[in-house]
Design a protein around this ligand. Sequence first.
Ligand SMILES: *Cc1c(COP(=O)(O)O)cnc(C)c1O
Length: 117
Amino acid sequence: MGHTKAAANYAASLKAAQEAQAQGYSQVLWLDAKERRFVEEVGTMNIFFHFKEALVTPPLSGSILPGVTRNSVIHLARKWGIETQERPITIDEVLEGMEKGELLEIFGTGTSAVTLP
Ligand SMILES: *Cc1c(COP(=O)(O)O)cnc(C)c1O
């Protein structure tokens, strides 16, 4: 029920968040449950990858919350002429983009977080 803002979604994510915090990390990067290679969200935020050639965010697949902030960022970016893609993105593509210097920044979006680098 990841597409719905429901308490059960938070309950299911608390253990992983606690484990990450115990290891000194501030957020959990969520991959898809089936193949564990497609990025879905970060913490309780939608996620965007700013590559040199485009702004990329995972498509709404049923397990990703259709955030109003996500929607606003997509609309504003397109209005400002920024190439914006809603497409599957693998963790390997993210790591490769970092290594090659093609990935400029990553940010999470949410009403409470606004946009968080
Ligand atoms: C609240 C939430 C978001 C962000 O949604 P907004 O409508 O932008 O606040 C993204 N992912 C999850 C899991 C959330 O609970």
